[in-house]
Design a protein. Structure first.
Length: 335
């Protein structure tokens, strides 16, 4: 039988004893010095153990158990803090769409649908899938918040990049070329050191990326030419401590060149993807070249599909080019 006993200087009640159904030895703190509340916890624990014995673990598993399993498998706990504080002792079977919606309103009352999706639904669904695979809960498809229509991305044109290069220092010029011809993020460029460049093979390795995996990219001749004078630099290769300082340098260069303000993403990943699509590459090739994971293919398609569509339309319009060339001699004969 389970009972409550008062222990310690603070008089905190503990639940101790052996579960008569399972023979399992139990000793856990109730966290309270209130006998009434401690007794309620004892009854709740006995009920849960009985349900687990009768109906199986699926009916009693808690969010905390699912989270521990999730963490043990090596998944990131980023964004799980607020979820854990709210749902820690909740049984998974009690976490419904309505309860998650209430949590969102309480914790992120002014957040955008994109933020709620990223910080609540994405980690929650990931944890749930791991728990489901382990038999801790039944399948459940949480309905994500409706996302607003994504605006078409803007990217730096080759003409804008050319003017920007003329307005920047040698290091900024090198940074811009690395950004736009490797599709690297500003933070990844700022973390580059000379040892990350294979000078003989003309390749760069980004050791720490957003996806968590190193990425190696071939460097263009122009990029190598800009990087070679920095070969002996001992600190950060391009001289920028963080992405904010790099973006500020880009902003100042844009002003000097008389260009619209462009962020590093427009010069980097967006221009990188647009260039490859303009050259006839597929979204799949863009995804692989830019280091997006296979799971992110949907995002690549959502952001850049309109650019691929433009290329496809141009290709279709040009489809009769060979036939037109073949017909030209005949047309001249008729004339």
């Amino acid at each position: 039988m389970l009972k409550i006993v008062q222990r310690g200087k603070k008089g905190i009640w503990q639940i101790v004893g052996t579960c008569p159904l399972t023979g399992r030895s139990i000793r856990q703190s109730t966290g309270t010095d209130s006998q009434g509340h401690a007794e309620a916890q004892r009854i709740q624990l006995e009920t849960r153990l009985l349900d687990e014995r009768t109906f199986g673990k699926r009916s009693t598993a808690t969010f905390a158990e699912a989270l521990n399993l999730y963490q043990s498998k090596g998944y990131s706990l980023r964004f799980t803090g607020p979820l854990t504080r709210h749902f820690h002792d909740w049984q998974l079977s009690d976490i419904t769409d309505l309860e998650v919606s209430k949590f969102c309103q309480l914790t992120y009352p002014e957040a955008s649908p994109q933020t709620v999706n990223r910080q609540v639904y994405t980690p929650l669904i990931s944890i749930w899938r791991v728990a489901e695979d382990a038999g801790l809960c039944a399948p459940h498809r949480f309905k994500r918040p409706k996302q607003p229509e994504r605006e078409a991305v803007t990217f730096a044109t080759e003409e804008e990049i050319a003017k920007l290069l003329e307005a920047g220092s040698d290091r900024l010029r090198a940074a811009i070329l690395v950004l736009t011809y490797t599709g690297a993020r500003a933070s990844e460029v700022c973390r580059l050191y000379a040892v990350h460049i294979d000078w003989a093979a003309q390749k760069v390795t980004f050791r720490k990326t957003k996806g968590g995996k190193p990425r190696q990219v071939a460097l263009t001749p122009m990029t190598m030419e800009a990087l070679l004078p920095l070969r002996t630099v001992t600190g950060p290769l391009l001289g920028f401590a963080q992405r904010y300082s790099l973006n500020q340098a880009i902003e100042r260069a844009c002003a000097r060149a008389g260009l619209r303000h462009m962020a590093s993403h427009e010069i980097g990943r967006h221009a990188f993807a647009a260039r490859l699509l303009r050259q006839g590459k597929t979204l799949k090739e863009v995804q692989e070249a830019g280091g997006w994971s296979a799971k992110s293919m949907w995002m690549v398609a959502e952001i850049y599909a309109h650019l691929e569509r433009s290329t496809t339309d141009a290709a279709v319009r040009d489809a009769d080019k060979e036939l037109r060339e073949l017909q030209k001699p005949e047309e001249r004969k008729k004339a």
